[in-house]
Design a protein around this ligand. Sequence first.
Ligand code: FE2
Length: 481
Amino acid sequence: MKKSLSSRIILLIVVVLIVSNSILCAISIFYSRSAIRKSIQQRMLDIANCASGSVDGDMLGSLTAEDIGSSKYTQIYDALSVFRDNVELEYVYSIRSEGHGVFIFTIDTDPDTPAAFGDRVEYTDALNTAAHGTGAVDNVPYEDAWGRHYSTYSPVFDSSKNVAGIIGVDFSEDWFNRQLADETLRIMLIFSAVLLGTLILSIFVSFSVVRGITNPLKKMIEVAQKYKEGDFSEKMDVGGSEEITDLSEALSSMADALQDKMAILQSVQVTLSEEVEHKKSENEMLMVQVVQALAGAIDAKDVYTNGHSARVAEYSREIAKRYGYSERKQDEIYVTGLLHDVGKIGVPDEVINKPSRLTDEEFAMIKAHPRLGADILGKIHSMPNLMAGARYHHERYGGGGYPDGISGKDIPELARIIAVADAYDAMSSNRSYRKALPQETVRAEIEKGKGTQFDPEFADIMLTMIDEDTEYDMREKDEEE
Ligand SMILES: [Fe+2]
């Protein structure tokens, strides 16, 4: 599935923001870690300084092993115990420098395994710094009998401003690492909150920016779709950014040019089709005139059947119309009817007009006219039905007709129509040897021929036409009429 422009842009923004923020967060944590350490160490030092501040320097400086349990000893012990009990530290104790880098415990407030007065304290740089009057913290944890610790040392001054002792405060390595982890987590949380806020804001902003592009595009696609369907009523005036406006203007003028060209083409097309229509009707008229002239020539050979072809053509067209044929097909049947006896051109006039009985030879000549007609009309390849009408109009529905003796639906439909119309006209017209037959006789003959001579369906249509013709108008008129 194709992704829309807006979802692509928003996805890109989200990915870029997450990646850049993560990198920024990692760099910040990397560089702020030493600052965090320093801040934790400063906090440790503050605690140690507070503890040292609570101890009397002169008292601490003069303390000896014999003072253990004295009020002086208890006073210092209690002051330090307050810190032991209320602050997040592991151990708090006092130290004295014996010179030459030697330090001993004086008071240790550890209730379980306290160091004894005079026990040696492990030398560290921080301890030495404190001995010279400045509080300091171990940079690396050290391990002793009480576990792994960071120690903080703060000097205690006597009334002469000399270092009378040092207060040591131990923080466990675990506590230190926990502080470090907590601070790091806090930074990460701040970054995540900033990331989330930025993401929401960016998505909101990019939505409105992207909509400013996609909405005009959608509108343009809609209008272009209408252009495609030939509807140029709407202008591509979509607004938006400069580029979008330029694009829509370009498309609009393209549509205008297209519309002009289409108008020209349409007018040319109208002129051409009018011309074609005109020529076509001229041709059709010409053809009908030629065919009528030809039919007239055929009928003229038989002095007694004046207008026979024209009447058969008319009746055939009426049957076809009632049967439900299209106008075009009716016209075709009409022309076929006009030419159905064209083969009589090849039969001598004296045979056609002979009032007395025909010899077998003469009758054979008459019976040849369907085949002759088919030969003539077969040359008109564009209207193959003309040939069929001429050839098969003397076939009988029940068989036994000529020239091929075919029957039923094998006889082409228009030949079956012409056969009924032809027989009707023969009976309702004057002949050399008789007058036109009365209508009831004609009707009875058609009825009798249903299914044997005629297709029953077309015979029924003919019968209806006869029944509707109450005045017997549908026939060759007597000269006196
Ligand atoms: Fe005929």
